[in-house]
Design a protein around this ligand. Structure first.
Ligand SMILES: [Zn+2]
Length: 290
């Protein structure tokens, strides 16, 4: 090997070693692998354009870190709740998200970092996550890094309906405070000590209740102490929404994630308007936040 060729090889291998470490794909920060609005960066710093990508979601949905890194911002930017995570030479940004992590926290890929809020101006009337990717001051297309392997399933339009995705723990249908957790407690009405088989989420009477995932409605109507209840089966698991004031779906109906199934109420054994949300695995209630 001559000297010049050897030098070229050394330079090549050095450049490979020092290349920015963004070969690892990003994980999707929400459950679904969908993009509502693509990357369309502005020509100038202050020009019109779309600096990230919009992923459709639901208010209260868990937002996860796309890759391992460190939280370098958690606050508001121009009135929008924002999280920034630094991954080596690049950063990921998440809006509008109420942070459950703090600046300085180290996060792993897929770790929950906050909950999705509504009302991002970029999303029109619907709820979405604006995901950004930055290197220095330059906006890059996040979609280039989002893992595509296994992300899309081609569905035969004449084939059977595919199983809907499982519900991830931590996904709640509403953004309100959890006023009573899952577990043993003294029942506020009966005074008995027994299992509280879901979580209570505080919300005003009449608030629309969206499903946390797509599925099939297996119950829609009165159910004893649960009052008006909607139950949705997702693959092997299920979720239910109780004490509703009204039900807006019917048994057997296929619903997408985010479909309104009813409105918050206080029917059944309840002391006031709230949502009793249950997650079931193998027919048994499990902690929706566990
Ligand atoms: Zn409850």
């Amino acid at each position: 090997m001559n000297r010049a060729l050897r030098l070229v090889l050394v330079v090549l291998s050095l450049s490979l070693l020092t290349a920015p470490a963004h070969a690892a794909p990003w994980q999707w920060p929400l459950g679904d692998h969908r993009i509502d609005r693509a990357f369309d960066p502005p020509d100038s710093d202050y020009g019109p354009g779309h600096r990230g990508i919009d992923l459709p979601g639901r208010v209260g949905q868990t937002v996860r870190a796309v890759a391992a890194g460190r939280v370098t911002f958690a606050g508001t930017v121009a009135g929008i709740a924002t999280i920034t995570i630094t991954h080596g030479t690049e950063r990921s940004t998440y809006q509008p998200v109420r942070a459950t992590v703090r600046v300085g926290d180290a996060v792993t890929a897929g770790q929950p970092i906050g909950r999705l809020l509504g009302g991002h101006p970029s999303c029109g009337g619907s709820t979405c996550l604006n995901l950004g990717r930055l290197r220095g001051d330059t906006y890059l297309d996040p979609a280039q890094l989002l893992a595509t392997e296994g992300a899309y399933r081609l569905i035969d339009p004449d084939g059977p309906v595919p199983e809907p995705p499982e519900v991830a723990s931590g996904d709640l249908p509403l953004d309100g405070p959890v006023t009573s957790a899952f577990g043993m407690r003294v029942h506020p009405v009966t005074g008995e000590r027994r299992l509280h088989d879901g979580v209570d989420i505080g919300a005003a009477c009449g608030t629309a209740v969206p499903t946390v995932a797509g599925g099939v409605v297996t119950h829609a109507g009165p159910r004893g102490p649960y009052g008006l209840q909607v139950e949705v089966r997702h693959g092997s698991g299920a979720t239910s929404y109780s004490h509703l004031s009204s039900v807006t779906v019917g048994r057997g109906q296929h619903v997408a994630a985010g479909t309104t199934v009813g409105r918050v109420g206080s029917t059944g054994m309840s002391t006031g308007c709230h949502l009793h949300f249950m997650r079931l695995a193998g027919g048994r209630p499990v902690d929706p936040l566990g």
